[in-house]
Design a binder for this molecule. Structure first.
Ligand code: AHG
Ligand code: MN
Ligand code: MN
Length: 326
């Protein structure tokens, strides 16, 4: 490219840093993102503006279809999935993607250098209750996500549609985790630079609690959190619950399996598009993410619908719970 933006941004005298850096500016000047990766992230953020608008204006209702996991799809799930696909097609940068709403890998542009994994709408069953919901994205270089590990992601991002619409993104490699807010003219502007996660959690966010009837280790973990008089913060939307941790700078979120014969033997959450991106963000913020045995970032992706246990957030609490549930 002509590097027009790089040139003008580089001229400190005529172009001082803006008072409110936007996502594009931040990707150029702070994260030093590759041209294509920057475009891809900005294109995903554009899709999310439409999703945010759709959430505010669409009547929540069942679409009458079921996704491959046999769950009812809300109209907004489908809409969000379609919107993201449109923007990925437009970008021309993506060879394939994995979406919660698609049964298989979807091939796009054979020339595209990136793969994107996403949960278009996380917590979608909460829409009618007007709870916060979100979109989750992981970006990989090239097309081989199956067989890769989430550590190979080159970026991870989520958008939280709450009372405010927030975007949190990291390009890894020590470049930090950054939070942007959608303003009234439709621009994501920097809200907080460098979100961090401290080593000890005061808040806990225990998912799939039904598993404690068959998983004594998980019961012990919950008991210890209660004995330590931690504060419960659980909304049922992983994006909101983990954003709470990044926002407060501490906390621990878990979704643990109930073992064979239980509703979710390996926990409810999907490795590739739910746990992988959050593990990338948590480690980059100084926290940890484990499946009880190993780091989520090092766990191989074997299929699009693979589920995994996850304990994520403040390091010390992730470690102590992992030792109980593994
Ligand atoms: P989705 O709406 O994409 O299906 O995901 C919802 C997930 C996750 O966000 C949350 O942590 C978990 O489901 C909640 O499960 P419970 O309803 O069993 O608590
Ligand atoms: Mn989800
Ligand atoms: Mn979803």
């Amino acid at each position: 490219e002509s590097n027009f933006l790089y040139e003008i941004m580089g001229k400190a005298d005529s172009c001082p840093a803006p008072t409110k850096p936007n996502l594009n500016w931040h990707l150029i000047n702070h994260s030093k993102a590759d041209h294509d990766l920057r475009h891809l992230i900005v294109d995903l953020s554009r899709a999310c503006k439409y999703i945010s608008y759709a959430i505010q204006t669409t009547e929540a209702g069942l679409a009458g279809t079921k996704n491959e996991f046999g769950e009812d799809q809300l109209a907004l799930d489908v809409l969000a999935d379609n919107l993201i696909r449109e923007f990925l097609c437009e970008s021309g940068l993506v060879c394939c993607y994995i979406s919660e709403e698609q049964p298989d890998i979807v091939e796009l542009d054979p020339e595209g250098q990136y793969s994107v994994v996403f949960d278009p709408l996380d917590g979608s069953s909460l829409v009618d209750a007007n709870f916060a919901i979100g979109s989750i994205f992981g970006i990989y270089k090239d097309g081989n996500v199956i067989g890769a590990t989430p550590r190979e992601q080159v970026a991870a991002m989520y958008v939280l549609y709450g009372p405010r619409t927030l975007l949190v993104v990291s390009l890894g490699n020590g470049k930090g985790v950054h939070e942007f807010i959608l303003n009234d003219v439709g621009e994501f502007v920097l809200l907080r630079d460098h979100l961090g996660i401290g080593d000890d959690a005061k808040n806990y966010s225990p998912g799939n609690l039904r598993a404690i009837t068959t998983n004594p280790g998980y019961k012990k973990a919950i008991d210890s959190w209660q004995e330590e008089e931690k504060t419960l913060r659980y909304s049922g939307c992983m994006v909101a619950d983990i954003h709470h941790i990044l926002s407060k700078g501490q906390g621990v979120f878990s979704n643990i399996g109930g073992g064979e014969g239980s509703k979710y033997p390996d926990g409810k959450l999907r490795h590739v598009f739910e746990c992988g991106p959050f593990a990338f963000l948590a480690e980059e913020a100084g926290g940890a993410a484990s499946d009880g045995t190993m780091a989520i970032l090092d766990k191989e992706i074997t299929s699009v619908d693979q589920r995994t246990q996850i304990i994520i957030g403040s390091k010390n609490d992730v470690e102590s719970v992992a030792s109980l549930v593994s």
